[in-house]
Design a protein around this ligand. Structure first.
Ligand code: 3HC
Length: 295
């Protein structure tokens, strides 16, 4: 398949990443089917897209017309057949659990056209293992966006052992057409490149506070103003979601060893559903869930 053949993109999962990816694809001119398992989830993702497009138009980063056209290109759906039945590319952004992803892949294979490429937005799981659950391992790769997708330039395009070169080339071209800068990742190792660096950094930040060496604010000032990250380590954790960081660490711990064991402080946040901006509370409090209170 060539880039020119791609008209319709299905995005599975309307959460933080899924709705952001759908928005990026719609702004690039593609017909987008945004799918989640419940009407309320898919509507919430769709409303987030509408909110974001309005915000971009207000700030004159896009025109009112571009915002409206992008909104019109997104169809929110629950039915899997409608979502993937005519898709040329399927981007999966469902929760970071192997079993959930496997269930979804089984359903996708029932309805997806043979030519469709399957790209997963997994943060860390093995592309090879995931591809072996699908019936198209050679047309399967990682397409890893960063949070928030509308603002982050990078996309990791990741080979599994079975991925063919044509799939990688088309997905790289697609990422460029989305206005992003793809980086090809040849080795399918846990966390790929970015999360292998960032997630242990966020875990180490938790250990520093857990062990009483510094406060959350002190760690964040250091990582933000001295190390030069755009956000402090804890702000970043709240941005990506503490459950995501936790699941990536759990997997890295399982595959790579003890040094990646999640800090108890992080575990506690997940148990208490203090997941960050998306739940209104994480390491910091967010009045209305949009992060207005981040110091
Ligand atoms: N759409 C439109 N507007 C949005 C928005 C969205 N989705 N989300 C937030 N905004 C708005 C806010 O409401 C705010 O609006 P206001 O000014 O009217 O109040 C405004 O955008 C904030 O934007 P600014 O440009 O003023 O903010 P910053 O310059 O601080 O940039 C940022 C924000 C781009 C998020 C920046 O802080 C940054 O780059 N942070 C680092 C993010 C990062 O590293 N992400 C990757 C994490 S790793 C990952 O995702 C991998 C995963 O697998 C774990």
């Amino acid at each position: 398949m060539q880039l020119e053949d791609i008209e319709t993109i299905a995005v599975l999962g309307a959460g933080n990443m899924g709705h952001g990816i759908a928005e990026v694809a719609a702004l690039a001119g593609y017909e987008v089917r945004l799918r989640d398992i419940k009407e309320e989830f898919v509507q919430s993702g769709y409303e987030d897209i509408v909110w974001s497009l309005e915000k971009l138009a207000e700030k004159e980063q896009i025109s009112e017309e571009e915002a409206q056209d992008a909104e019109d290109r997104v169809t929110p759906l629950v039915d899997m057949e409608e979502a993937v039945g005519s898709a040329d590319v399927i981007i999966e952004a469902v929760p970071e659990k192997m079993e959930i992803k496997q269930d979804v892949y089984g359903e996708v294979e029932e309805y997806a056209p043979d030519h469709a490429i399957f790209a997963t937005n997994t943060s860390s799981l093995s592309i090879t293992d995931l591809s072996e659950v699908s019936e198209r391992p050679e047309q399967f790769c990682g397409m890893h966006f960063f949070n928030p997708p509308i603002r982050m330039q990078l996309v990791e395009v990741i080979y599994g052992e079975h991925t063919d070169d044509e799939t990688i080339e088309v997905i790289e071209e697609l990422a460029e057409d989305f206005g992003k800068s793809p980086v090809r990742v040849r080795k399918d190792s846990p966390g790929f490149i970015v999360n292998r660096i960032l997630v242990p950094l966020m875990n180490e930040a938790c250990w520093i506070v857990e062990e009483g060496e510094a406060t959350i604010e002190e760690v964040d000032s250091t990582t933000k103003y001295d190390v030069g990250l755009p956000m402090g380590a804890f702000e970043l954790g709240d941005q990506v979601g503490n459950d995501i960081t936790y699941h990536v660490l759990e997997y890295m711990n399982e595959v790579e060893g003890e040094e990646y064991a999640p800090c108890p402080m992080l575990e506690e946040k997940v148990e208490n559903e203090e997941l960050g901006k998306k739940t209104g509370k994480g390491f910091y409090d967010y009045e209305d869930g949009d992060g207005a209170d981040v110091p």
